[in-house]
Structure formats: structure tokens, C-alpha cells
Ligand binder design. Structure first.
Ligand SMILES: Nc1ncnc2c1ncn2[C@@H]1O[C@H](COP(=O)(O)OP(=O)(O)OP(=O)(O)O)[C@@H](O)[C@H]1O
Ligand SMILES: [Mg+2]
Length: 232
């Protein structure tokens, strides 16, 4: 479904993503874990056409999309929830959803409200009045308005209380049941790995490990370095 091959990208002269290859199969949840500043968001932005790769190739559903623009990618079935400023605070919940659904595929608002009942309850309220968790729900729901086949999520649980982290993870799991693939970046590595099929570890712009989630969880050194496990 998504194939990223040997992508190098960054800002100006600075290389941030250095020769990274990853892929996502249909119906998969794949997580990328790595320390702050290692280039995770830049990789996601490069996939979504917000940062242009210096070299490498990105394909989506077998089609070369290297250098394609975000709006083109949305039309092709890709959705993106950025790490920050992912809702319009001054607009109402409903207006945020409408902003998300401007493209050709008719949004399934009923399905979205079934998944996020709190958004229906608060649809007339301003997004700025929502809690952190509710905002993340709104950001995800907004991206779902275009019925993406692949959703890119940049740290959807950042800054949330542990209980809310679990709620967000459950919602992400539901996306797969709705037939979408998900590529997710997470600091809450253990929570993300509990819902993912596979994962990648990135350090300083490079992919240093990849495997099924149990291989990552069972890996002593990875566990110690990136999952806060002791010993090993
Ligand atoms: N717009 C930008 N212009 C210049 N440099 C940038 C820009 N955005 C990010 N960087 C730099 O690129 C590097 C990687 O940033 P990136 O946001 O991709 O990391 P990250 O892995 O997502 O980090 P975090 O876990 O903190 O979100 C950092 O050194 C950062 O300072
Ligand atoms: Mg980031």
C-alpha cells in the first residue's frame, strides 16, 4: 500500500531523514518509534508531500507519488494528522469536520459520530473549549472525513493522561476494522506497540531496527534503550 524506498530529506542543507525505507501493507497498523528530533515527523511530512525528498522513491497503491502535493495525496486516499496545530481552535467542532471533508469522497458523518460520540455532543462548541484528548479525537475525525485508505498520525497521544492514551489507541484500532491502514508515530511506545502489527525504530535520521511488535518488545537492547525497560 505504502512503500518508502531509500528516502533522504531535510531542510535546506540539513539532512534529517537519511536513507530510510519503510512499508505499510493493506490493513496494517505500523508504528515508528524513536527519540526526540530523530526525524520521525520529517519522514511523515515527506510522505505527505509537505517536505520534498532529496532522493528516494515513495509509492502509494503501486503509483509513484514522490513529490506529489498533499491535496493530490488526499484525493488518492491518504490522510494526515500533524503533531501540532491539528485543529482550528476558533472554529466549532462541526466546522472543523466540514473543513476536513471538502474533497470528492462523500464523508460518512454518521460513522464518524458513532466512533466519536463526544464530537456529536459537542459539535456546536468551539474546538478551543475541548480537552486535549477530545482535540486529538477531532483531529483524527477531521482526517477521516476524506475516507482515507491510509492514515498518517503524528503522535496522536502526546500530552494525554494514560487513560486517554488507551482511548486514542482503541480508536486507532477501530480504524483498521474500518479497513484503513495506519502509520503512526508514537512516544508512548508501549501503548502503540500494543495495537500495532509491526514497527520501526529510527535514530538520528536512520532506521536502526524493524520487526513485528513482539520482536521489538522482546528485544533486550531495544527495550532498554527505547521502551524504558530495565536490565538486559
Ligand atoms: N521546518 C524545519 N526547518 C528546519 N529544521 C527543522 C524543521 N523541522 C524540524 N527540523 C529539524 O529536523 C530535526 C528532526 O525534526 P523532526 O520534527 O522530524 O523530529 P521528530 O523525530 O519528529 O521529533 P519529536 O519526537 O520531538 O517530535 C530536528 O533537528 C529539527 O530541529
Ligand atoms: Mg515529531
Amino acid at each position: 500500500m505504502l512503500s518508502v524506498e531509500n528516502v533522504v530529506s531535510g531542510y535546506g542543507e540539513t539532512t534529517v531523514v537519511n536513507d530510510v525505507s519503510i512499508n505499510v501493507a493493506p490493513g496494517e497498523i505500523v508504528v515508528i518509534i524513536g527519540p526526540n528530533g530523530c526525524g520521525k515527523s520529517t519522514l511523515l511530512k515527506t510522505i505527505f508531500g509537505l517536505v520534498r525528498p532529496g532522493s528516494g522513491k515513495i509509492a502509494f497503491n503501486g503509483e509513484d507519488i514522490t513529490g506529489a502535493k498533499p491535496f493530490e495525496l488526499v484525493r488518492k486516499g491518504m490522510g494526515f494528522v500533524p503533531q501540532t496545530e491539528n485543529v482550528f481552535a476558533s472554529l466549532s467542532v462541526m466546522e472543523n469536520l466540514e473543513m476536513g471533508g471538502y474533497t470528492i469522497r462523500a464523508p460518512d458523518l454518521e460513522e464518524i459520530f458513532r466512533m466519536f460520540p463526544v464530537l456529536e455532543e459537542k459539535k456546536k462548541e468551539r474546538a478551543s473549549s475541548l480537552s486535549g484528548g477530545e482535540r486529538q479525537m477531532l483531529a483524527m475525525a477531521r482526517a477521516l472525513m476524506t475516507r482515507p485508505k491510509l492514515l498518517l498520525l503524528d503522535e496522536p497521544s502526546a500530552g494525554l493522561a494514560p487513560k486517554m492514551v488507551e482511548v486514542v489507541m482503541e480508536k486507532i484500532k477501530e480504524l483498521r476494522e474500518g479497513d484503513s491502514s495506519v502509520l503512526i508515530i508514537e512516544q508512548n511506545a508501549k501503548s502503540a506497540l500494543s495495537i500495532a502489527d509491526r514497527g520501526y525504530i529510527m535514530v538520528m535520521g536512520k532506521k536502526v531496527f524493524e520487526g513485528k511488535t513482539h520482536e521489538i518488545l522482546d528485544h533486550k537492547e531495544i527495550g532498554r534503550l527505547y521502551l524504558g525497560k530495565r536490565g538486559g
